[in-house]
Design a protein around this ligand. Structure first.
Ligand SMILES: O=C[C@H](O)COP(=O)(O)O
Length: 271
């Protein structure tokens, strides 16, 4: 871990409790036109739902890169934030096809996803690459949605240890935290992504608790949230309660009516 980068707080110090957060990654499921229709409905939901309009529940959307500029136009002026699903670890240079965190910040992105299981498994991102990308997010004032999760189903103790090792590995590359840095840790067991149902609630609660404790010891003073992803859907947040700060949604938020029901669950938790 880089000296001075983290560990500003005393071990066990409480992390500031954030508002419920619901993030949606569209991955590469929707084309540009379908993303436009979805974002339009999302903007309407934000306008009519009192918990979103009143900013008691935070929403963010991560469309595919080609739909990002359009999504920004549709969500500008709403309480819904937007961001990207990936970034490069350098901001400028000869990096064909790469996405600059500086450009994402210029496009008004608040969030950027780092270290998703699919980036590691399909695109071969190593822990060092993930750590450098985490640093690039902080450097550019973006809030990383930092994904951690065990590869195979097992005990919650082993899962928590694997996730914390991923956090420690990545934070070893972080040199650019500031007093206003924020992080969202998305706990996504790899074996629960793309399935019909999420991981068992007791498993998620145990791991989320350990992640919160780690953040309390190493990221105190900054806003840190732990959200759950991996086939999260209607009913998941109601079951998890305040053991998590929200959800990272995929397929089960493609219908904005389903997302609205999940916003209701988050609003109930916020009260
Ligand atoms: O990015 C989102 C997560 O990987 C969850 O996706 P999923 O709910 O479709 O399994």
């Amino acid at each position: 871990m880089s000296s001075g980068a983290v560990g500003q707080g005393a071990p066990g110090a409480p992390v500031a409790r954030p508002l419920p957060i619901l993030g949606v990654s569209l991955k590469l499921y929707l084309d540009v036109a379908a993303t436009g229709a979805w974002a339009g409905e999302l903007a309407e939901l934000a306008a009519r739902h009192p918990a979103v309009a009143g900013e008691r529940v935070r929403l963010f959307a991560l469309p595919s890169l080609t739909a990002l500029a359009q999504t920004r136009q549709q969500l500008a002026g709403t309480p819904v934030a937007w961001g990207a699903q990936d970034l490069h670890w350098e901001d400028r240079g000869a990096f064909t096809g790469a996405v600059s965190g500086a450009d994402l910040a210029e496009l008004g992105c608040r969030y950027v996803e780092v270290g998703h299981a699919e980036r590691k498994r399909i695109f071969g991102e190593t822990p060092a690459v993930v750590g450098q990308k985490l640093n690039a997010a902080f450097r550019n004032g973006l809030t990383p949605v930092f994904c951690v999760g065990e590869q195979r189903a097992g005990t919650p103790e082993l899962a928590a240890a694997e996730c914390i090792a991923q956090l420690e590995d990545a934070f070893g590359h972080v040199t650019q935290l500031s007093a206003t840095s924020e992080i969202v840790v998305a706990y996504e067991p790899e074996w629960a992504i793309g399935r019909p149902v999420p991981a068992p609630a007791a498993h998620v609660r145990f791991v989320a608790d350990r992640l919160r404790a780690w953040l309390g010891a190493h990221f105190a003073g900054a806003e840190a949230s732990v959200i759950y992803g991996g086939s999260a859907q209607r009913g998941t947040l109601a079951e998890l309660g305040d053991s998590v700060d929200g959800l990272f949604l995929g397929r089960f938020a493609h219908r904005v009516s389903d997302l609205a029901a999940i916003v209701d669950e988050a609003a109930a938790l916020a009260e």
